[in-house]
Design a protein around this ligand. Structure first.
Ligand code: FAD
Length: 759
C-alpha cells in the first residue's frame, strides 16, 4: 500500500530529461515523415505529439485524406505523387487499407514510427514552454503528458516545429505572419489591395452509418436550428460524410490559434445542425436508417501562423514554376483559397488555381530566418497566404519535412546550423541524399559519383517498345478531345494510327503538342497537325503522318479532335509513362475544363488533360510508326526516378517470360548496398482515407524478384513486394563483375525499373 502524507509546499510531477539530436514537435504528416527520415540517417529523434495518435489532420481524429501534388488527378501534374517516406506510407496504406479506413491509417503511422529504433515517441505529450541558449537558439522544450503525469525536458542541438500552429517558433520569438498579404508586398496577382486578417478556417467532419432500421435523431440543444444560415445548405447530400464535408468551415476571420476552442464549438453547432437538417427536415428520405456514427472532436486546422524563412514562397514561385538552387521538394496542389467566413459566406467555398506543372520548394523556406537551430515543417512553412493555399496539403507537408529530416542529418554530421547548408557543395549533398531516398525534386536529376551502377554496362533480356496498343474491342465516342501522351525520343515525330468505327465518311484531325517546360505535361506548344478522311466502317485504321521533330526526349501529346459519328477503339494495354487523357474537369479541384483566371491575377489559362482512374481507364488503341524505343536498360541509370520528359524506365518486352536486367563492370567491384526503384504508379494520388481504391498493388510494380551476382550468387529473393523503393544492405560486402535482377512476378502492366544503384 502506498500512503502519502500531506506534503507542505506541494509536489512536482514526475520528470524525465531526454536528449537527442533532433526534437520534432508535432506528429502530423510533417512530423512523422521528417522524424522517420532523420532517424533513418542515424539521428536520435525525440518526437512529441500532443494527441493519442499520429497523423494530425490525416489521423482518425480528423479524417482528412492526405494529398499532394497529384491533386486528386485533377490537374496536369502527371506522375507527381511524392516520394520518400510520404510516398512509402501512401503505398503501404493502399496495400493494407484500400478501403481507406482511418483507424488502419493510424495503426500504420504508429507502426512506421515505432519500428524506427532511433525515434523516441511521446504521445499525449504537449510542448508548452522552451528554453533558449546564449546564441539565440532553442536549447530545450518542456512538455507534459497528462496520461502518465510526467513532465519532460527535451534537449537537442536542433529543433523542428511541425506543430501546425508553431508552438516552438512562437515561444522562441521566431518571425511569423498571420493573414493575407497585399499585392504590393510580393506582387502577387491573387492578393488583395490591403493586408487583411483573412485565413482559411477550421472544419469538423462526421461519419454516418446505415443501421438497416429507422433511427430517430434528437439534436443537442447547441446545434444550429436555422439551416438557411448556411448559404450552401441546398447542396447537402445524404452521401456526404467525412472530408467530403470540407466546406463546413469556420473561424478564418478569427484568431485561429487562441480562438480554436471557440471555433470548435461553433463547428459542433454547425455539424450537429447539418445532421439534424438531414435527419429531420423531411428533405432526405434516404437518411431514415442512418445514424451518426462518428463526430469529430478536434477541428482540422487549416491556417494560422506562417513563419518566415530566408525565402518566403510566393504565387510567382508556384505559377511561374521558378527554379531554386536550393530546391529540395515539390508542390503541385492548386492555390486553393477559401472565404474567411467559411460556411456562413455566400461566396464559393473555395477557388482553386492550378499551375501548368509542379513547382520546386526551396530549402530556405524550411528554417526560421532568426532562430538559428529551428526548422519549419508542415503548414508553418515560410510562404505567403496565397502560396500557402498550395503548400498546405499533407503529403506536400510530409515531403517537405523529409528535406528537413535529411538536412538535420547533414547538420549533425557537419556540426553546422541549417542556414549553412546553403554553402558551396552542401546543398548538392543534401539534394543527392534526398533523391537517393526517393525524394522528388522537380527537374533535379540524381548524379552520384559514388554510385557504381553509373559506370556499369547495362543490358537486358529484352526491352519493350511502344509499337501497338492492341485494341480490346471497347469503343468510346469521339465526342470530346482526347490525347495519347507518349514519351517520344529525340528525332522525328512518329506516325500514329488510330483504329476507328465510323458511321459515315468522316474527317479526323490530330494535333501534336508538347510542353514549353521540361517535365511539364500541359500541352502549350503546337508541333504539327494532320487530317485523315476515313470511310464508313468498323475497325478502320487512320494513319496520321507529321512533319515535325523534337530535339530532346520529351512527352508528346497526340490530340484527337472530336468527330461526329466516330468511335475510337480503346486498348487495355498499360505502359510506363504512357497515358490517355481527356480534356475535361475534375469537379473536386476545378470549376471548368479550361482554367479561366481573372484578368491580372497572374494565373495561366490552360486546359486540363486528365487521365481516368483504373479500373475504367483505357488507352487509345494505336500503332506507332516507327515504334518508340524508350525503355532501354540504360534508362535505369539515367538519374531520373520516374517519368519526367520521358518514361525513364527499363521495361522488358511483353513476350519476355524471364526478364533480366544486368549491370556489368569490366573489373569486379565491391558492393555493400544495392538500391532499386520500381513502378508504384506515381500518377495515382492514393487518397489515404474515405475514398476506396480498386487495387492494392500497382499494375507495373515488380512483385517478386531475385538479385544475384554475375558469378551466380543469389543476394536476395523477394516476394510480395509492392513498394517503389527497395534496398539491400549486405552484411558482408560482395566483389562481383556484375549484378542481375530477375523479375519473377508483376501485375497487369509491364514491370518497370526506374533506378538501379550500387555502392
Ligand atoms: C478541412 C480541411 C481540409 C483540408 N483538405 C486537405 C486535403 O484534402 N488533403 C490534404 O492533404 N490536406 C488538406 N488540408 C490541409 C492539411 O490538413 C493541413 O495543412 C496539414 O494537416 C498540415 O500538416 P501539419 O503536419 O503541419 O499539421 P497537422 O496535421 O495539424 O499536425 C500537427 C500536429 O501537431 C500537434 N501539436 C500541436 N501543438 C502541439 C504541441 N504543443 N505539442 C505537441 N504536439 C502538438 C497537433 O495536435 C497535430 O497532431 C485540409 C485541412 C483542413 C482543416
Amino acid at each position: 500500500m502506498l500512503k502519502n502524507e500531506f506534503q507542505a509546499g506541494g509536489r512536482t510531477p514526475h520528470h524525465e530529461q531526454l536528449t537527442g539530436d533532433l526534437v520534432v514537435v508535432g506528429g502530423g504528416m510533417a512530423g512523422v515523415c521528417g522524424s522517420i527520415t532523420a532517424a533513418r540517417q542515424g539521428l536520435r529523434v525525440l518526437l512529441v505529439q500532443d494527441r493519442p495518435v499520429l497523423g494530425g489532420n490525416a489521423s482518425s481524429e480528423v479524417r482528412l485524406w492526405a494529398l499532394g501534388a497529384t491533386s486528386h488527378m485533377g490537374n496536369n501534374n502527371r506522375w507527381a505523387r511524392e516520394g520518400g517516406v510520404a510516398g512509402e506510407i501512401l503505398v503501404e496504406n493502399l496495400w493494407r487499407n484500400p478501403e481507406g479506413n482511418p483507424i488502419l491509417m493510424d495503426a500504420l503511422l504508429l507502426e512506421w514510427v515505432t519500428r524506427e529504433p532511433n525515434i523516441t515517441l511521446l504521445l499525449n505529450t504537449a510542448v508548452s514552454a522552451i528554453e533558449m541558449d546564449a546564441n539565440g537558439g532553442i536549447s530545450g522544450a518542456l512538455a507534459f503528458c497528462s496520461q502518465n503525469e510526467t513532465s519532460y525536458t527535451l534537449t537537442a542541438p536542433l529543433f523542428c516545429d511541425a506543430s501546425g500552429d508553431g508552438i516552438l517558433g512562437y515561444l522562441s520569438g521566431a518571425a511569423f505572419r498571420m493573414g493575407a498579404e497585399a499585392t504590393s508586398e510580393f506582387g502577387e496577382g491573387l492578393a488583395g489591395p490591403e493586408p487583411v486578417h483573412e485565413l482559411l478556417g477550421h472544419t469538423l467532419f462526421f461519419y454516418s452509418r446505415d443501421t438497416g432500421k429507422p433511427v430517430t435523431y434528437i439534436p443537442p440543444a447547441f446545434a444550429i436550428s436555422d439551416i438557411t444560415k448556411i448559404p450552401r445548405y441546398r447542396e447537402l447530400r445524404v452521401t456526404d460524410t467525412g472530408c467530403r464535408l470540407w466546406w463546413l468551415e469556420y473561424g478564418g476571420d478569427m484568431d485561429t490559434v487562441h480562438g480554436s476552442e471557440e471555433i470548435k464549438w461553433e463547428l459542433w453547432r454547425i455539424a450537429y445542425g447539418v445532421w439534424n437538417y438531414i435527419k429531420n427536415s423531411g428533405e432526405f428520405p434516404d437518411a431514415a436508417n442512418l445514424t451518426l456514427e462518428w463526430m469529430g472532436t478536434i477541428p482540422g486546422k487549416r491556417e494560422s501562423r506562417r513563419f518566415e524563412g530566408d525565402h518566403i514562397l510566393t504565387q510567382q514561385d508556384i505559377v511561374e514554376q521558378r527554379t531554386h538552387n536550393d530546391a529540395v521538394s515539390l508542390g503541385g496542389w492548386a492555390i486553393d483559397i477559401h472565404p474567411a467566413r467559411g460556411v456562413y459566406s455566400a461566396e464559393p467555398s473555395c477557388v482553386q488555381w492550378h499551375a501548368k506543372g509542379v513547382y520546386q520548394i526551396p530549402f530556405r523556406t524550411m528554417y526560421s530566418r532568426n532562430i538559428p537551430n529551428l526548422f519549419l515543417a508542415g503548414r508553418i512553412l515560410s510562404s505567403t497566404h496565397i502560396a500557402f493555399g498550395s503548400t498546405r496539403v499533407m503529403v506536400t507537408c510530409g515531403h517537405n519535412a523529409q528535406a528537413v529530416g535529411m538536412a538535420a542529418a547533414l547538420c549533425i554530421e557537419e556540426k553546422i546550423l541549417p542556414r549553412e547548408l546553403l554553402d558551396e557543395g552542401r546543398m548538392e549533398r543534401l539534394q543527392r541524399r534526398l533523391l537517393r531516398a526517393g525524394q522528388h525534386i522537380p527537374g533535379v536529376r540524381l548524379r552520384d559519383p559514388q554510385d557504381l551502377a553509373s559506370t556499369a554496362k547495362m543490358s537486358a533480356t529484352s526491352s519493350l517498345h511502344i509499337d501497338t496498343l492492341v485494341a480490346s474491342g471497347e469503343l468510346r465516342d469521339a465526342n470530346m478531345p482526347c490525347a495519347l501522351l507518349l514519351p517520344v525520343t529525340a528525332g522525328p515525330i512518329p506516325a500514329i494510327s488510330l483504329l476507328v468505327d465510323a458511321a459515315t465518311q468522316a474527317s479526323l484531325h490530330m494535333e501534336v503538342w508538347k510542353s514549353s517546360k521540361a517535365g511539364n505535361t500541359t500541352p502549350d506548344v503546337k508541333l504539327a497537325s494532320a487530317d485523315v478522311v476515313v470511310e464508313a466502317g468498323q475497325s478502320i485504321p487512320a494513319k496520321f503522318h507529321f512533319d515535325a521533330h523534337i530535339d530532346q526526349d520529351s512527352h508528346v501529346f497526340f490530340i484527337v479532335a472530336p468527330a461526329a459519328g466516330v468511335q475510337l477503339h480503346m486498348s487495355k494495354a498499360q505502359l510506363p509513362g504512357v497515358l490517355t487523357l481527356w480534356q475535361t474537369l475534375n469537379r473536386a479541384v476545378a470549376k471548368s475544363a479550361v482554367q479561366n483566371p481573372p484578368e491580372g491575377s497572374g494565373i495561366d489559362s490552360f486546359a486540363f488533360w486528365l487521365p481516368e482512374r483504373r479500373p475504367v481507364a483505357r488507352n487509345l488503341a494505336v500503332t506507332v510508326d516507327p515504334p518508340v524505343q524508350c525503355y532501354e536498360p540504360e534508362m535505369a541509370i539515367n538519374g531520373w526516378g520516374r517519368p519526367w520528359s520521358g518514361a525513364n524506365a527499363w521495361a522488358p518486352a511483353t513476350e519476355d517470360t524471364a526478364p533480366r536486367l544486368r549491370l556489368k563492370w569490366d573489373t569486379p567491384q565491391t558492393l555493400r548496398t544495392i538500391e532499386l526503384t520500381f513502378d508504384a504508379d506515381f500518377d495515382h494520388p492514393m487518397e489515404s482515407v474515405l475514398m476506396g481504391h480498386p487495387e492494392r498493388v500497382m499494375p507495373g510494380c515488380v512483385t517478386s524478384f531475385t538479385v544475384s551476382t554475375a558469378e551466380g550468387e543469389t543476394l536476395a529473393t523477394v516476394a510480395e513486394h509492392h513498394q517503389s523503393y527497395w534496398r539491400l544492405t549486405l552484411a558482408k560486402p560482395v566483389t562481383t563483375a556484375g549484378i542481375e535482377l530477375a523479375i519473377l512476378g508483376h501485375g497487369s502492366a509491364p514491370p518497370a525499373v526506374f533506378e538501379a544503384r550500387c555502392y
